[in-house]
Design a protein around this ligand. Structure first.
Ligand code: SF4
Length: 218
C-alpha cells in the first residue's frame, strides 16, 4: 500500500532540471518530523513548509499496488508527447515508500525517475536522478548523488559538514523568509544576500531559487 499526499503535473521549479515538465508525486509522511505543529519545535527538521500528512491533496490517495500507482501517475503525462515521462518523487520522505516494485512499474511505463530525499535512507537501485537535501542534525547516509541541495543557513547543516558527499551539482537554497512575498526583489532578503555571498566565496556552490514560488506556477 502506498500513501500519496498529492500528485500533479507542473514544471520542476529548482535545481539542474529547472523548467522541465514533470509529474510530482508527494508521498505522505517523513522520518524527521511528524508533520504536526505541536511537534515542530522538538523535530529534527523544524523549518518544513510542506504539507505531507495524510492523503487529502490533489490526486492524493492510497494505492494498493505499484501497478495502480504507476498507471495513475502516467495519466498525468500528455498523450503522444514523443517525450518519455519524467517523475519527481518527493515528500515528506519518499524513500519511506518508494521501493523496487514501484521503480520497476514506473520504468515499465517509460518513466525517468528523480527523487528528492533528505539523505537519511539508502537509495534503492534504479533511480535515475538523486537530489539529496540534508536537514538539521540528521545523519546522511547517501554519499553520492546528482544534486546536493542544502537549505542555507542551517547551523547544524552548513556546507562544510558535507565535504564527503560527491555530487555533480552543489546548490544552496536560501532559507525561506516569512517577510518575502512574490513580487518583492529577492535581493532585498538578507538570507538570499548571505547565500549569494557564500556562493561567491565558495564557487563550488550555486544559488538555487525556487522559481515555482517566484512565478507562482501551480
Ligand atoms: S525532511 Fe523535508 S519533508 Fe521532512 S520535515 Fe524536513 S523539509 Fe519537511
Amino acid at each position: 500500500m502506498y500513501s500519496v499526499k498529492e500528485m500533479f503535473y507542473t514544471l520542476q521549479g529548482e535545481g539542474a532540471h529547472v523548467g522541465r515538465p514533470a509529474i510530482f508525486c508527494r508521498f505522505s509522511g517523513c522520518n524527521l518530523w511528524s508533520g504536526r505543529e505541536q511537534d515542530r519545535s522538538s523535530a529534527i527538521c523544524n523549518f518544513c513548509d510542506t504539507q505531507f500528512l495524510g492523503t487529502d491533496g490533489e490526486g492524493g490517495g492510497k494505492f494498493a499496488t505499484a501497478e495502480a500507482l504507476a498507471e495513475t501517475l502516467l495519466g498525468y503525462w500528455p498523450e503522444n508527447s514523443g517525450v518519455h515521462p519524467f517523475i519527481v518523487c518527493t515528500g515528506g520522505e519518499p524513500l519511506l515508500q518508494l521501493d523496487r516494485e514501484l521503480i520497476n512499474a514506473l520504468h515499465a511505463r517509460g518513466f525517468e525517475i528523480a527523487i528528492e530525499t533528505n539523505g537519511t535512507k539508502h537509495i534503492p537501485e534504479g533511480i535515475d536522478w538523486v537530489c539529496v537535501s540534508p536537514k538539521g542534525t540528521a545523519e546522511v547516509v547517501v554519499i553520492q548523488c546528482d544534486e546536493l541541495k542544502l537549505v542555507y543557513p542551517q547551523p547544524e547543516a552548513m556546507p562544510e559538514r558535507f565535504t564527503n558527499i560527491k555530487a555533480t551539482h552543489y546548490y544552496l537554497s536560501p532559507m525561506a523568509s516569512p517577510q518575502w512575498q512574490p513580487g518583492d526583489s529577492l535581493y532585498q532578503d538578507n538570507v538570499t544576500k548571505e547565500t549569494i555571498e557564500y556562493c561567491r566565496q565558495h564557487p563550488k556552490w550555486k544559488l538555487n531559487l525556487q522559481t515555482h514560488k517566484i512565478t507562482s506556477i501551480p
